[in-house]
Design a protein around this ligand. Sequence first.
Ligand code: UD1
Ligand code: CA
Length: 452
Amino acid sequence: MNNINAIILAAGKGTRMNSTKPKVLQVLSDKTLLEHVLMQAQALCSQVFVVVGLGSEQVCQALDDDSINWVEQSEQLGTGHAVQQATPYINDDSISLVLYGDVPLIRQSTLKDLITQAQKSGVALLSVMLDNPAGYGRIIRKDNQIQAIVEQKDANTEQLMICEVNTGIMVLDSGLLKAYLGNLNANNAQGEFYLTDIIAMAVKDGKTIASVIAENDSEVAGVNDKVQLAELERVFQKNQANQFMQQGLTLKDPARFDCRGTLNFGQNCEVDVNVVVEGDVSLGDNTTIAPNCIIKNAKIGTNVVILPNSVIEDAIIGDGASIGPFARIRPEAHIGESAKIGNFVEVKKSTIGKGSKISHLSYVGDTIMGEGVNIGAGVITCNYDGVNKHQTTIEDGVFVGSDTQFIAPVTIGKNATIGAGSTIAKDVPGGKLSLSRTKQAVLKNWKKPIKK
Ligand code: UD1
Ligand code: CA
């Protein structure tokens, strides 16, 4: 749709957040509140204006998006005054969509509906029915037609009983909007320039106000404090989880699953409780994730089993691999097909070949490991000399005994065997047994110390 402008109001302080961050920069899932609104606006509008006030520098910096037209409202004189800061940059023969920067869950389809209505009638208003309408502007109707909006503080007892309230979201012909804004005054209980007053002006002008009533209140709910932020986070997560389940993902408990990013998955994937997914994650067919795992920016193959309490970040996990329990797969780890990474194993910036096993209590960093390698318990690659990182290369078929340290840089030849308890500081030839141990001895003159 062309020639539609979005005007996003975001000049409010958000005092009740008790935060040094402006309200619209509070985060819901993986985006700021303002980014959620922007996403919808940018999908529908050719130009986007964001009206900022207090903390404007912080907001502009945080978003760093050249397509946004920032408009400053240095004094918060009301919603009408806020919109008026943007209108000089808007053509009369266009349409303006007014959004709030702190109403993050507004849906595309609702906005499209409003826009279509406004294209016909000139003004379209989004309202919602609330059991408790306290604090909101009430929608005044006559013969079912919208006549005006009366703010809570200006309403009489009869008007206060009305449960249909203004969401603040509306679409107007820009020429009309500009004309009406010019006629606003602040003769009301709050001494503000109310955007809502233009509704009565349009009616007086003979216009019919098109009405869209939101289906649920979370879609139009504003966020004023951390409690409301958490409530909308839950709504967002619940909706997302429902969508994933509809697409075939098994979630043991959708209330104990969070995805802050994008998740793609194949057939028959299962996710158990308390799993957090962040960034970009994909799961191949038949992959399962056990409880308490955190998975961030990872490409996980088919038939992968991720056991409880594992953390995976910026990594690739091959088909048929088994991870955990209690494994930590760090950035730039590439776990090969059918490899096994067991409990208390940390892998960083390493490639682990097909079918290789690191089953217990190991640190493997800056390593290239071939196929069919078996790493015993407690093996450590000593990759850091205090200044630089060095690489360990372990070729195919190597067997490493428990409690071995590799002092990198070092290369272990194909099919070599390393005896348990070795400190390997030199390259090891393939096919042979290497070990470094002091001979076991019984000391003759040793006496057990006595407590003084
Ligand atoms: C406004 C509406 C009310 C509606 C309610 C829905 C008016 C007069 N009232 O009331 O009918 O039911 O929203 O939440 O419009 N803002 C600015 N600059 C300003 C004032 C506000 O940018 O000078 C922004 C705020 O940051 C916020 C939005 O506009 O995002 C709404 O402001 P708020 O003060 O919350 O409006 P209400 O008085 O609650
Ligand atoms: Ca409000």
